[in-house]
Design a protein around this ligand. Structure first.
Ligand SMILES: Nc1ncnc2c1ncn2[C@@H]1O[C@H](COP(=O)(O)OP(=O)(O)OP(=O)(O)O)[C@@H](O)[C@H]1O
Length: 604
């Protein structure tokens, strides 16, 4: 029953393409019928030959010709129907593959960021690529194959029963036993668990192998071998253990199935000989016996195919479950009546937040009672020790997560009440970890505003101080990132991300460690550009390098999830608290870095 609902669930993903699948299945069945034509023709030809065995001159050549032509026409028709079935299933499969991938990526983009941090990117990638691909293969190839692998043995067995029920029964009993053994193994809880564990083991082994290759710098430096890389070794051992478990589990049922199905001949011969001896002289029975000898081996191939399709199906059902699990993830709730803010002041009103739910074992509040307003036209900076919660504050503004307590508003509208599209149009963000897509530099920048002209892209790049280095590249703005050895340094990538955000020209700009990789000269230039650009905007900036935010109208010092100090640079310094300590540390580091001639820089 469960198996049935799994398969119907698998077929339900066909959605609007069910008509094509029905066509594919119908023609596959028709093709299976037509493939039986040679057996009927052989029967009729043998009958004609045996009836006139004593007087060959009386053999009716027209009968032989008729059945010869019948087979020829039936084979052409079988070919045509098979072609139509294959075409329909392929068209349906590629449509389903496309729709499923688009739906999956759309859904993945709408679920809260928490899902992406908990689910390994590799796993989602695998679901979108491999699981969907397997479903495409199932629909395009295996579904018509499966239908014909079921229909052909059924039809042949029916035909054999019609010819002689006694010999057919002798065939049916071992065949049913073989199937029963296999089905019992597949449907058992142990079988299901083993196959599911096998899937996980394969995935885990692949994922750890990828991790090993990705971590090659650390692997080389620390001399880690594939054998000493514990997670990989454990994954390989787990894979070995589960493979042995499956082999052990399947060995009896598979061996019985294989032996019976491959040697059906040996069941039919003794009973045939026995019956022949009792019907000696009956020509009709002799013809039937000959036909049994011809048809019986033809039963083996589709039945062995069915076995392989059956084990493949388990894998596809597992993949389908994973796809369903992605769809089952709740997406960020859209407001029923989305509101548009009338101004762009940002307010955090008594906001508390934890990444885990309150009832979870790992519950740990990351932000506690955060309260501040970042005014439009002003720069608000978040500074403080690492892990204090600065990036979390910035991420909450974008509703990557929803807060558990308090409210975040833009203008007077809570971010929960803004439509996601409107929220994303309102806020420009430069992340700590820049992601550039495998595309030209120009297109990477244009992602900020798809309607921007090339000149506008260049203007944004000039302000973000990346124009010069882009121009120096062989293909300039058309250079594809990652192609032909074109890789950008961290600082260069970050400046491209700044250009992208500038081009978006949203009323709120969030910069999370946006100038962290810039050298002193570039940082100064970027800051000059930003000064122009942030005019009239609400700017939230996170920076470890305090010189970057010295001119901010408001500086918030965040420590262990709380705002412990707030004010301008001068106000904070005069408080002689954490900010002053951080400032002194910053100055000492700058002096240490730049040498004696730079002494005094920034001592304000
Ligand atoms: N996705 C996440 N899931 C669970 N915990 C997280 C997640 N992201 C951050 N944290 C935790 O939240 C706390 C605050 O992290 P956050 O990145 O906001 O600090 P930060 O002040 O920006 O640090 P840094 O200056 O080093 O970037 C840290 O303890 C961190 O481990």
């Amino acid at each position: 029953m469960k198996q049935k609902s799994e398969i119907s669930g698998l077929i339900s993903i066909a959605g609007g393409k069910k008509g094509l699948l029905v066509t594919a299945s119908f023609f596959s069945v028709l093709s299976s019928f037509l493939q039986l034509a040679p057996f009927v023709a052989v029967y009729k030809i043998i009958e004609e030959l045996l009836i006139h065995a004593g007087q060959p001159s009386e053999i009716d050549k027209d009968v032989l010709l008729f059945w010869g032509a019948f087979v020829f026409v039936a084979m052409i028709a079988a070919l045509l129907t098979f072609y139509i079935s294959g075409m329909s299933s392929h068209i349906a499969a590629f449509n389903i593959l496309y729709t499923l991938r688009v739906r999956l990526t759309d859904h993945a983009a709408k679920v809260p960021m928490g899902y992406h941090t908990q689910t390994a990117t590799g796993e989602l990638k695998k679901i979108i690529e491999v699981s969907v691909e397997k479903i495409e293969k199932f629909i395009a190839h295996q579904l018509p194959d499966l239908i014909s692998a079921i229909i052909i043995p059924l039809l042949l067995t029916g035909y054999l029963f019609w010819l002689d029920w006694r010999m057919a029964l002798v065939l049916l009993i071992p065949m049913s036993f073989a199937f029963w053994m296999q089905a019992r193994m597949f449907a058992s809880d142990e079988g299901r668990t083993a196959y599911r564990d096998f899937q996980f083991a394969v995935e885990e082994m692949n994922a750890t192998a990828v991790e090993y290759v990705r971590g090659m710098p650390a692997v080389k430096v620390f001399g880690i071998t594939a054998d000493s890389f514990l997670t990989f070794r454990t994954a390989v051992h787990r894979y070995r253990d589960i493979s042995l478990r499956i082999t052990d589990l399947c060995k009896t049922s598979y061996s019985i199935f294989f032996v019976i199905v491959s040697s059906l001949f040996s069941f039919v011969v003794p009973i045939g000989i026995f019956l022949v001896s009792r019907h000696s002289g009956e020509q009709a029975f002799a013809i039937t016996f000959i036909l049994f000898l011809i048809i019986t081996p033809s039963l083996s191939a589709p039945m062995l195919k069915l076995l392989h399709l059956g084990s493949g199906l388990r894998e596809i059902i597992e993949g389908h479950k994973r796809i369903e699990a992605v769809f089952a993830e709740n997406i960020v709730a859209e407001p029923l009546n989305p509101q548009i803010p009338d101004s762009y002041d940002i307010s955090f009103d008594h906001v508390s937040f934890a990444y885990e739910q309150q009832d979870s074992e790992n519950y740990k509040p990351v932000l506690k009672d955060i309260q501040f307003t970042a005014k439009s036209g002003e720069m608000t900076a978040l500074v403080g020790p690492s892990g204090g919660g600065k990036s979390t504050i910035a991420n909450l503004l974008l509703r990557f997560w929803d807060v558990q307590e308090g409210t975040i508003t833009i203008g007077s509208v809570p971010v929960r009440d803004m439509g996601t599209e409107n929220l994303m149009e309102t806020v420009s963000f430069v992340f700590q970890d820049v992601h550039l897509f495998y595309d030209s530099i120009e297109e990477n920048i244009r992602m900020g505003n798809t309607k921007a002209t090339r000149q506008e892209v260049i203007n944004a790049s000039v302000i973000a101080c990346c124009h010069e280095f882009i121009e120096r590249l062989k293909h300039g703005y058309d250079t594809k990132i990652g192609e032909g050895g074109t890789y950008l340094s961290g600082g260069e990538a970050q400046r491209i991300a700044i250009a992208r955000a500038l081009l978006k020209n949203a009323p709120i700009l969030v910069l999370d460690e946006a100038t962290a990789y810039a050298d002193a000269e570039n940082e100064h230039k970027i800051q000059q550009g930003l000064v122009e650009l942030v005019k009239g905007k609400t700017v939230l900036i996170i920076a470890h390098r305090l010189s970057t935010i010295r001119s901010a109208e408001q500086i918030l010092v965040v420590q262990q999830g709380e705002i412990v100090e707030r004010g301008t640079h001068y106000e904070l310094r005069s408080q002689m608290g954490l900010y002053e300590k951080m400032w002194q540390a910053h100055i000492s580091a700058a002096v240490w870095q730049l040498g004696a001639e730079k002494k005094g820089t920034g001592h304000e």
